[in-house]
Design a protein around this ligand. Structure first.
Ligand SMILES: [Zn+2]
Length: 328
């Protein structure tokens, strides 16, 4: 595998370096998309729970990336964000954690990633918290933030494959390219979309379907990047960008844009599907808990959801300007 990787790349050292940089710091939807996904999800909630979520939006949005931050401190956390479906060579059907452990052993599952069972686990915890006589608001918000994070990860094709960062195909860095850089460079041009939370009848089947849909896109994600990089007069792949005092190698905006177009807007589609899925799973957890009255509410904070979205878009524009100033 490594031999093939070398022969396919003229600048091995360069991409190795990129691999170290990207591999270490970018292995999930970036922080900005995760936060925006939570903000967009809130806007599509139905009225019985909208005001509760709106009043806690600041904490919900800021905690959207807690699950990623925990990876450094909690041993088993990393495996909760992915599943290497390709390692289940005889396939795997939606099943309970208990049944999966009997079929494959817990160690095997931890090695291949436990994303679908983890989503189900956090979901059950959230239903349980919503069912309490006295609502523990802090706990509910923390669980909603985590649940939203894992559902967002399930929408990323490269979270469902062992070649998650292109390390087996000479495409190291593709993880961040797909879920962070394409988002950063194209987000401002995405037209607004109307999404609505819906009730999920069968959580397990629903989760596995999302993961299977993501997995079905893996080949295209890899192929389109390779094809674009190899065509004559391709836009230069990587350039330096200054952020604060840090000089970083990132894919150029032109490359990101062309890659996004080559995939026919897949990143945009998965983003809005993820936002709708997040609001739907929050809504379903509340409904499965018996649709309790959410009375323990804080006063809405002065910054509205609209302001939060505007702030995120302004940050993105700043990133775009930095690209331009740096001549990328
Ligand atoms: Zn994650």
């Amino acid at each position: 595998m490594e031999k093939k990787w070398r022969s396919n790349n003229q600048n091995t050292l360069h991409r190795c370096l990129l691999g170290v940089v990207f591999g270490m710091f970018f292995v999930n939807w970036g922080f900005a998309p995760h936060k925006e996904l939570h903000a967009v999800a809130i806007t599509s909630l139905p009225s019985p729970i909208f005001s509760f979520f709106k009043s806690h939006q600041a904490e919900l949005v800021s905690r959207a990336t807690d699950a990623d931050k925990r990876k450094h401190a909690v041993d088993d956390e990393a495996a909760r964000h992915y599943i290497d479906l390709d390692h289940f060579t005889d396939g795997i059907s939606p099943c309970s954690w208990k049944d999966a452990c009997v079929l494959f052993s817990e160690d095997t599952l931890q090695n291949r990633g436990v994303l679908p069972w983890n989503i189900e686990f956090v979901y059950r915890n959230l239903v349980n918290e919503f069912s309490q006589d006295t609502l523990n608001t802090k706990k509910v918000i923390r669980l909603c933030a985590d649940l939203g994070h894992y559902v967002a990860d399930a929408h990323v094709p490269l979270h469902t494959a062992s070649n998650y960062n292109g390390q087996f195909s000479g495409q190291i860095g593709i993880h961040a390219l797909w879920e962070t850089h394409v988002y950063e460079t194209t987000r401002a041009s995405w037209p607004p979309r109307k999404i609505n939370a819906y009730y999920i009848k069968d959580i397990r089947t629903w989760i596995w379907q999302i993961i299977q849909d993501s997995h079905d896109d893996v080949n295209e994600v890899l192929l389109k990047e390779k094809t674009l990089r190899e065509i004559e007069n391709a836009p230069f792949g990587y350039g330096y960008r200054t952020r604060g005092r840090t000089l970083t190698l990132v894919p150029t905006p032109e490359f990101c844009k062309q890659y996004g177009e080559a995939m026919s807007g897949m990143v945009e589609q998965r983003f809005f599907s993820a936002a709708q899925a997040i609001s739907s799973i929050w809504y379903s957890a509340w409904a499965d808990a018996g649709a309790p009255q959410l009375t323990n509410q804080l006063k809405p904070e002065p910054s509205s959801i609209k302001n939060e979205l505007i702030r995120i878009l302004q940050d993105l524009r700043k990133v775009d300007q930095e690209h331009d100033e740096d001549g990328l």
